[in-house]
Design a protein around this ligand. Structure first.
Ligand code: BES
Ligand code: MN
Ligand code: ZN
Length: 485
């Protein structure tokens, strides 16, 4: 597990800071942050002079290293002062951790240049996210460098530690998703859920193949027919909200998706180890809940299996019966995510009285075509809830875009011989067909939003808080914001 294990907070002035790297800020208006200003005044205007040469511009993303009396000072651009926002702070802080790792510097301080406590939280998050590396399978450790801690200077805000906890939870979610399918199995997901339950004083139920089959989860059982890796139906309950209705989160935990009998092409099939990113998102949220212990009620449901092919595998044409009693005609075994979610959404609707349900799934390749790796497509039944999602997306800079669930689309998943079929109209609106199918399994009058994270869960353009070739942990910050945590 490679990310910082703590953030220290220290009050100090320039001359007393004992670090090998000190990060300070500059705004585009050529305004220095407090500590930068102090360094400038006490060292013959060294930064003012660098501004004059044109080297320090203060643009977002800019980094300049200046040696001041044998100490490395990293001056980080923060953009226009009036426009300073949590996203800029998060990325600037991440870039400091990144820089330290690149240069193998273990003693690092950063000035708190935040204007409010939300920005302090973002600084805590950014420092952790920027320090994340997935090195587990590199055996030559001599080439690796891991950052252990960072010190934030001149802030007593508790929000830095809150950000640290959220950032750590996101890194844990990335980790479980980055491990390949032979390590992150359904069993491993259930162990991760157990760790979370223990840390957060939660109830954990894990239903095995025989149990969930017996209970009537014919859709999950159908998909799981083709694998010997024991499938799991995982339920985590967190009850610290008194009489309030629970928020229910559902995540697709498909630990490897070969497509089943409707097999996928070989190229890039390895990427389907990420097909459990819906589950890593919801488990990551619960990891943060375990650390922060908010006064809420929440439930996390993860149906988990592989989707393989073989003599036992389910077949195109098969008809399955989901937990809510509806029959499903399987026209493509590669549209398996919606099948396992059908049972999970039915279970959530039957056993709880949810305030709302959110589901997260790498559900359709069409999503990547629609919005690339930039935004998550959302669909739902309740305008107020969708508004709430959009609001939190703005607060956390995790972008969403709503797609319509019009009746015309709902009709496209009706089957001739069963209640529904697991694909829509051929080569049309594939992401919406996924949402339309899922809607059939959400109880009437339960507000619900579906997040198709196929584009955002991995494969995004790398930046200072998102390493190349890694799962992102997308959506954890957004949902915590929705929950007012
Ligand atoms: N896990 C995939 C979706 C996916 C594909 C996510 C590529 C990210 C990148 C899902 O199970 C799937 O295979 N969906 C099919 C559905 C189709 C058969 C209706 C798809 O998108 O091709
Ligand atoms: Mn599939
Ligand atoms: Zn899948």
């Amino acid at each position: 597990m490679a990310y910082i294990s703590k953030i220290n907070q220290e009050k100090n002035e320039w001359s007393k800071i004992d670090s090998d790297l000190i990060a300070v800020g500059i705004f585009e208006e050529k305004i220095l942050t407090d500590l930068a200003n102090q360094i400038d005044m006490e060292n013959d205007k060294i930064l003012t002079n660098a501004i004059k040469t044109g080297d320090l511009k203060g643009k977002v993303g800019e980094q300049n290293l200046i040696y001041v009396n044998q100490t490395r000072v990293l001056v980080v651009g923060l953009g226009k002062k009036k426009k300073l926002n949590p996203d800029t702070i998060r990325k600037a802080s991440g870039s400091v951790s990144r820089y330290a790792i690149k240069q193998k510097i273990s003693s690092v301080s950063i000035e708190c240049f935040c204007m409010d406590s939300i920005q302090c939280q973002a600084m805590g998050e950014g420092l952790v996210l920027g320090s994340y590396q997935f090195n587990n399978y590199k055996t030559d450790k001599s080439k690796l460098f891991e950052l252990d801690s960072v010190t934030v200077l001149n802030s007593e805000s508790e929000m830095i530690q809150k950000g640290f906890k959220i950032g750590s939870s996101i890194c844990d979610a990335r980790d479980i998703a980055n491990h390949p399918g032979n390590i992150t199995t359904p069993t491993r997901l259930s162990e991760f859920a157990k760790e979370i339950a223990d840390e957060g004083d939660m109830n954990l139920k894990v239903f095995e193949r025989e149990e969930f089959t017996e209970m009537g989860m014919g859709a999950l059982a159908g998909v799981a027919q083709g694998t010997n890796e024991p499938p799991k139906f995982i339920v985590l309950e967190y009850n610290k909200g008194g009489d309030s209705k629970p928020i229910v989160l559902v995540g697709k935990g498909l630990t490897f998706d070969a497509g089943g009998i409707s097999i996928k092409p070989a190229a890039s099939m390895d990427e389907m180890k990420y097909d459990m990113c819906g589950s890593s998102t919801v488990l990551g949220i619960f990891k943060a809940i375990a650390k922060l212990k908010p006064s809420i009620n929440a439930v996390c449901i993860v149906p988990s299996t592989e989707n393989l092919l073989g003599g036992n595998a389910y077949k195109p044409g098969d008809i399955l019966k989901a937990y809510n009693g509806k029959t499903i005609e399987v026209l493509n075994t590669d549209a398996e995510g919606r099948l396992i979610l059908a049972d999970a959404l039915s279970y959530a609707s039957k056993h709880y009285e949810p305030e709302y349900i959110l589901d997260f799934a790498t559900l359709t390749g069409a999503m990547v075509i629609t919005l690339g790796h930039i935004a998550t497509g959302i669909m739902g039944t309740d305008e107020k809830l969708i508004e709430k999602v959009k609001n939190s997306a703005e607060n956390t800079f995790e972008k969403v875009w709503e797609l319509p669930l019009w009746p015309e689309f709902l009709k496209q998943v009706k089957s001739e011989i069963a209640d529904v079929k697991n694909i829509g109209a051929a080569r049309q609106a594939g992401t919406i067909a996924g949402g339309a199918f899922l809607k059939e399994f959400v109880g009437d009058n339960i507000p619900w939003v579906h997040f198709d994270i196929a584009g955002t869960a991995w494969g995004s353009e790398p930046n200072s808080i998102n390493p190349k070739g890694s799962a992102t942990g997308w959506g954890i910050r957004l949902v915590l914001d929705m929950m007012k945590i």
